[in-house]
Design a protein around this ligand. Structure first.
Ligand SMILES: *Cc1c(COP(=O)(O)O)cnc(C)c1O
Length: 826
């Protein structure tokens, strides 16, 4: 082991002194960081000032955490993810560090509010949706549990696009999130690695008689590290998120420069730096572009080099220690090329024998699958792969050769099995199957909710489950209660703490102590007052942003998530149209006033999803303008759904819409966030909804629709949407209105594609089959909402019984069952 570093005595530069009080620090940073006097300071200046004040407190613990890991040399876990949907840092960092009260008061004394100042921060939106947000929740939990974890990803210059609504349609605007600088990142110019592309492989005879593979004539891009601190809650631990930025190897292409083409020379530089320019905005579907493959390899190669640099620095070439010191988690198949990159490093660079390298590699990696949907399964054409990463294709062929050899040995003569499990798909023009590479290269594969893991074992990975019994396990997703309760819903947090103390923030299982208060009338009243205040805040925001007045007494019926056919926003729209028709024909008896709130982004190339947004907006326009509606129904589409808007919406939600076709939503995490904030769920038996039902009890959730098994049976039997269409007058009426242009009078054909998808084209996601059950269940929901006290009782039971869905629990399971890592004490 390398000699320990000389360490500064802890807290040598302690900020816990009068001189460095928050108040003084704010005053100092205003002058010395923002360069302002208080009279001239803008809210943005105050944001910068406050961010630097909080940052100072982070840095101290961050540096000490690094030293501590270095001294104790624990096994570390590296979470590789192409996405980290972080959101804002300021209020989260202040909360986790335990200085939010002081910061709030300090700002108040200076005539500012924390809310206004926080609102100046641009979200770090380096992710699409659930998968990226999960990675961010996991970082929070790893730090909170004092686990030596580190995230690796890409520092996209442009994150998830900003969604504008123009002429009733989604328009994408670039997310230039770094425009005003980023006080939460630290550039590490010395943490720089070359990443190679293209070229070809040549063989050299080695001295020992074997053959060495050399990857030559490559193009090289440099990966430079940017670090972001990740503070745990109520602990000294501050972990690291390391994001890679692409830098050209040379400032100029000298040939062009010498030829007098100055602009051309600079253009070449920008083309290599394109690698970390922009996040691909596709959720649960793949974009088979070469740039995407290069992004994946870029961040994977830099991360593996960095991990092995750290390992060899501490352990030289004691490679047998690698699986005892390093665990690497692959967040979906996006970083699956890491399996081949590790082999490339161990065999080609460090010159280990293949078998030894393979044994080490498969003891290091684990892989999380996030979806069963075929359009999300990444495969790369062999010829593209060969051009971009020729050496890695060779390595994959060799991995595949040994793997298929083993399978053939254990299941002799089953050539169909060999074809099915091969890493190379030979039937669709020869493609590399990244999921197969990830499964073969990992010791553990997990699904993200019980039903999803079961389906993995019986469908998508059934063959692998036979070949590698026990390799596929379940680890149900979770969310961090810091951001998704404490930070976004301080009123509810305080109310809970007033009854059961504040231990639940770090140990969410304690929230079950709240259950008896569901029977306490006074508590129910206070609980509903907080919900009402949260709704009022959202009402004001909507008025401010959209100029619309909504009724805070109406039920807030909320579906916020990516727009995708499988999530069935259209089923919700069919219900809205049904309510609208009932109101217009006077069938309003016992109807509960509702505000149906939608938010979510559509992938820019996903035409149906964009058309669904347009329909929601057209239906909203029609409903909201109609005087006959008389306050019974309002429809809102909130533009630009992101983490910060989610933090405002969830605490104000009454009803949580989780209505995906059974078997399609792997887990969902929006469902957990809403239940924790006291919304009741209407949902199918899909993803984590099933486990939420188990926890909260079936009386406290509204379940409808076909089960996964019934979905499979119906499809097997031959599903005919027309049967449902013809059998249900209200359904037929709603669909006909869409088809005939009722909501698009100026362009009657506009929604024909939606109608056709749901009828002639077979309604793949079975909306028509679930419609009647959904509408009936919505009536039950409406009826219960009129009994406010009973509603409150059930909502409280939801809050009290979702302790399981803390990402702390999830991360503890990963630590024990997958990574073999333990908390590091100070
Ligand atoms: C939680 C979250 C998601 C995931 O929501 P689902 O309903 O599980 O799809 C997506 N985007 C944001 C901003 C989130 O906070």
């Amino acid at each position: 082991m390398a000699t320990p570093r000389k360490t500064a005595s802890p807290r040598q530069f302690s900020l816990n002194s009068e001189e460095h009080s928050i108040d003084n620090s704010l005053a100092n940073h205003l002058i010395y960081t923002s360069g302002r006097h208080a009279e001239a300071a803008t809210t943005r200046d105050w944001y910068e000032t406050t961010a630097h004040t909080v940052r100072d407190h982070l840095i101290e613990r961050w540096v000490e955490t690094v030293e501590n890991y270095y001294d104790k040399d624990p096994k570390r876990v590296y979470y590789l993810s192409l996405e980290f949907l972080i959101g804002r840092m300021l209020s989260n960092a202040a909360l986790n560090l335990g200085i939010d009260g002081q910061v709030r008061e300090g700002l108040h004394a200076l005539g500012q509010t924390m809310e206004a100042v926080s609102d100046m921060e641009t979200d770090a939106a380096l992710g699409n949706g659930g998968l990226g947000r999960l990675a961010a929740c996991f970082l929070d939990s790893m730090a909170t549990l004092d686990l030596p974890g580190m995230g690796y990803g890409i520092r996209y210059e442009y994150g998830m696009f900003n969604q504008h609504i123009e002429n009733g349609q989604q328009v994408e605007h670039p997310d230039n999130w770094l425009r005003y600088g980023n006080p939460w990142e630290f550039q590490r110019p010395e943490r720089l690695y070359p990443v190679k592309f293209y070229g070809h492989v040549v063989e050299f005879p080695a001295q020992d008689g074997s053959v060495e593979q050399h990857w030559v004539d490559c193009e090289t891009v440099m990966a430079m590290a940017y670090d972001m601190p990740v503070p745990g809650y109520n602990t000294e631990t501050v972990n690291n998120l390391r994001l890679w930025s692409a830098k050209a190897t040379r400032e100029f292409n000298l040939d062009s420069f010498n030829a007098g083409d100055y602009v051309g020379a600079v253009e070449d530089k920008t083309s290599t730096e394109n690698l970390s320019k922009v996040l691909y905005p596709n959720d649960t579907s793949v974009m088979g572009r070469e740039l995407r493959l290069r992004q994946q390899y870029f961040f994977v190669s830099a991360s593996i080099q960095d991990i092995l640099h750290r390992f060899t620095h501490e352990h030289d070439s004691s490679w047998e220690l690698l699986p005892e010191k390093v665990a690497i988690q692959l967040n979906d198949t996006h970083p699956a090329i890491a399996v081949a990159e590790m082999m490339h490093a161990l065999v080609d660079v460090y010159r280990l024998k293949w078998d030894r390298a393979w044994s080490l590699t498969t003891r290091v990696f684990a892989y999380t699958n996030h979806t069963l949907m075929p359009e999300a399964l990444e495969t790369w054409p062999v010829d593209m792969f060969e051009r971009v990463l020729p050496r890695h294709l060779d390595i994959i062929y060799k991995i595949n050769h040994y793997f298929l050899h083993d399978v053939n040995h254990r299941f002799p003569g089953d050539t169909e099995l060999l074809k099915r499990v091969s890493i190379i798909d030979e039937d669709h023009g020869r493609r590399v199957r990244m999921a197969h590479l990830a499964v073969v290269g990992s010791h553990t594969v997990n699904g993200v909710a019980a039903i999803h893991s079961d389906l993995l074992k019986t469908t998508l990975f059934a063959d692998f489950n036979r070949i590698f019994p026990g390799k596929i396990i379940n680890v149900t997703n979770g969310i961090t209660p810091r951001r998704w309760l404490n930070q976004c819903n301080p009123g509810l947090t305080e109310l809970i703490a007033s009854r059961i103390g504040s231990g639940f923030i770090k140990d969410l299982s304690q929230i079950e102590k709240l259950a008896p208060f569901a029977e306490d009338a006074r508590f129910r009243k206070e609980f509903m007052q907080i919900k009402q205040a949260n709704k009022q805040r959202l009402v004001e925001r909507i008025h401010h942003r959209l100029g619309m007045r909504i009724d805070p007494e109406s039920m807030f019926d909320v579906q916020v998530k990516r727009i995708h056919e499988y999530k069935r926003q259209l089923l919700n729209v069919l219900h809205v149209i049904t309510l609208y028709n009932r109101i217009r024909s006077g069938k309003t008896e016992g109807m509960t006033p509702r505000t149906v709130i939608f938010a979510g982004k559509a992938a820019p190339g996903y035409r149906m999803a964009k058309l669904i947004i347009r329909l929601i907006l057209d239906v909203a326009g029609m409903v909201n303008r109609d005087p006959a509606i008389n306050g019974l129904l309002k429809v809102i589409f909130l533009p630009n759904y992101d983490v910060s808007s989610a933090e405002r919406i969830f605490p104000a939600s009454d009803l949580s819409e989780q209505i995906s076709t059974a078997g399609t939503e792997a887990s969902g995490t929006g469902n957990m966030k809403m239940a924790l904030n006291g919304a009741l769920t209407i949902g199918t038996l899909d993803g984590a909804n099933i486990e939420i039902r188990e926890e909260v009890g079936e009386d406290n959730i509204f379940i409808f629709g076909l089960t996964t098994q019934q979905v499979a049976e119906l499809r097997m039997r031959g599903y005919n949407p027309w049967e449902y269409y013809n059998a249900n007058a209200e359904l037929k009426q709603a669909l006909d209105m869409i088809a005939e242009g009722y909501f698009s009078v100026e362009e009657p054909e506009r929604y024909k594609p939606i109608y056709e998808t749901l009828t002639w084209n077979g309604d793949y996601y079975l909306l028509l089959a679930d419609y009647a059950s959904y509408v009936k269940t919505q009536e039950d929901v409406g009826a219960l909402y009129r009994d406010k006290d009973e509603w409150a009782r059930r909502a409280i039971l939801n809050v009290a019984r979702v302790g399981k869905f803390s990402s702390d629990r999830t991360i503890r399971e990963y630590a024990q069952k997958v990574w073999g890592v333990e908390p590091v004490a100070r």
